[in-house]
Write a protein that binds this ligand. Sequence first.
Ligand SMILES: Nc1ncnc2c1ncn2[C@@H]1O[C@H](COP(=O)(O)OP(=O)(O)OP(=O)(O)O)[C@@H](O)[C@H]1O
Length: 362
Amino acid sequence: MSTVLTNVSKQYEADKTVLSDVSAEIQTGEFFVIVGPSGCGKSTLLRMIAGLTEISDGRISIDDKVVNNLPPKDRNLTMVFQSYALFPFLSVWDNVAFGLKARKDKSQSEIDERVNNALRMVNLEELKERKPRELSGGQRQRVALARAVASDAKICLMDEPLSNLDAQLRIKMRQEIYSLQRKLGLTLIYVTHDQVEAMTMADHIMVLHDSKVQQIGTPAEIYKKPANEFVASFFGVPPINILPAVKEDDGRINVNDDFQVNIDQEVPTGEFKIGIRPTEMKLEKVEELDANASVTSVEFLGDEKIVYAKMSNNDKEISVIVESNADFKAYDTIQVSATDNILVFNADGVNITKNAEDVVNA
Ligand SMILES: Nc1ncnc2c1ncn2[C@@H]1O[C@H](COP(=O)(O)OP(=O)(O)OP(=O)(O)O)[C@@H](O)[C@H]1O
């Protein structure tokens, strides 16, 4: 039982493809996150699964049934929007009950039970008489969640449900959504542009960019074995350092014309690229003559520091995570190098790292 997308495409206007050949299989009961930069088509894809937007090409099936032409109400799914979509003149209780009543296939006692259970689950029992305007942003979001919980739809779609909340509340609601999803065994398809949300909640992540699926994988696969330079750069704070590289006659790899690394694999002739996570770079303070970079700024984060530096020969910016007691400050002249734990991309940005499999399983 699953939701299957097969070569789904969307053009709102001729010659303007928003999504091209999107294919994926979303298993029942999994937390599936669709992530990508603004405008990449995430909401469009979710709305096509919901039946709110027509697909231009391809097939969507839910539990082996093609739903391309089914209206939203017949797809057995529920949707939570960024805007909450609550009725302002209805109480919390009535907002949650609304969809169940509209379907006219449940007895009053069943509706009562479902709504009360859902409100209990999201800790809103005490506020059930209030109107949406008498609630905080987080509480309104909980009402929207309760509505999804109360419906007996097995698939729940969420479009950036936390983006209106402040940072602290977002973390709390993230945990609540995650534990509700697990408790109810919901299939949750969740859209966000926030890579941290994707990493922390998903069973599988779909990365969208340039109207195409860049990669589908577990958070560990996406982080440790990114399909390409885009995916590698999208996940991780600060982002991975991508530097040009060439193979020397003696077999060593010269990175950015600044330092060398050892890698045990074939690499393309000519220029390619090396990806080094900020945790995998090494820094040493040296005299100016021996330096290949200089520190531009340092951020203290408590347990660690981020050192931002500029490579000497081309002003390329890099970021490096060091221990919090490491003594670096702006204008220090430094020697930058890297551990062996690096990624290799060809000139087109495709990840060709030989041992990436081992990295995922490490
Ligand atoms: N109804 C529409 N008619 C025409 N173009 C549209 C329509 N809806 C969306 N688009 C365009 O399709 C593209 C994808 O939009 P979509 O809202 O799916 O992206 P998104 O990844 O969800 O973005 P965001 O993260 O900013 O919400 C955008 O270029 C947008 O302008």
